[in-house]
Design a protein around this ligand. Structure first.
Ligand code: ZN
Length: 255
């Protein structure tokens, strides 16, 4: 099996870890910005430049083809002047050829400030026709995911350009029925490999995209191959597995 890990944070991981991902068959990955903790626009711009230039170059030396998603995570809401931030982000997408998506953006505490930050970034993605990687929190999963769907609709971004991450058994069908991609984020905080495999067995691979979200917190570098192993044990069809492990992410990011 080969893998396309649609959501990692490469800047928090070692060269050897990126190499390990390549060794077990990760053929492509996307590193997502978080972008929190920056107190000025130029400092955040430098950080995004690092993600879009240095990280893909470092990953390439580890034989891991890597692209970048740029944006501001909901926990950074209110951190910087919004209009100035959006101007800088627009410029970054024009300048960084490895920037293939907006992300990761989303909702965490579901506050008005987070709504404003998410909506404005989604509108930019709509304008630039960029795919968007959207985070949903563990708390109040269903209502906050519904809120994310509402904001994607309001932004005008085609659902086909939205990857709504951290889905569970409660939200997967909602996301797919909307026409977005359902992110099965296999991470100790949200979904185990066995849990993701069970979702694939129940719902099939249509519109499902696996990712590991490996970053600064404890996570599982082997999330995707472990999920594939469990999925085969449960009798998930190879075509469904191939779609969730690779093909769907390829379609999503190539648009
Ligand atoms: Zn993440």
């Amino acid at each position: 099996m080969h893998y396309y890990d649609a959501h990692i944070h490469a800047d928090n991981r070692s060269f050897e870890e990126l190499q390990t991902m390549a060794l077990f068959g990760t053929e492509r990955a996307v590193t997502c910005a978080v972008g929190t903790g920056y107190t000025s626009i130029p400092a955040l711009r430098d950080h995004l430049r690092h993600l879009a230039r240095r990280e893909p170059a470092r990953a390439a030396r580890a034989s891991l083809p890597l692209k970048a998603a740029l944006g501001l995570h909901p926990i950074g809401a209110g951190q910087l002047d919004l209009a100035a931030f959006l101007g800088m982000l627009r410029e970054a997408f024009a300048q960084e050829e490895n920037a293939v998506a907006l992300g990761e953006v989303g909702l965490e505490r579901n506050t008005p400030l987070e709504h404003e930050l998410l909506l404005s970034q989604l509108k930019l993605a709509q304008e630039l026709r960029l795919p968007a990687i959207i985070h949903c929190p563990e708390a109040n999963k269903l209502p906050v995911t519904q809120e994310v769907v509402r904001l994607v609709k309001e932004s005008g971004l085609p659902p086909d350009l939205a990857l709504i991450d951290h889905v569970n058994g409660e939200t997967l069908e909602l996301v797919r029925a909307f026409g977005a991609w359902a992110g099965l984020t296999v991470h100790p905080r949200s979904l185990t490999p066995a849990g993701a495999a069970a979702l694939l067995a129940q719902f099939g691979g249509q519109r499902a995209i696996l990712s590991s979200d490996v970053g600064s917190d404890p996570a599982d570098l082997w999330a995707l191959p472990k999920t594939a192993l469990e999925a085969r044990r449960l009798g998930v069809k190879e075509a469904d597995l191939e779609a969730a492990c690779y093909g769907n992410a390829l379609a999503f990011f190539r648009q």
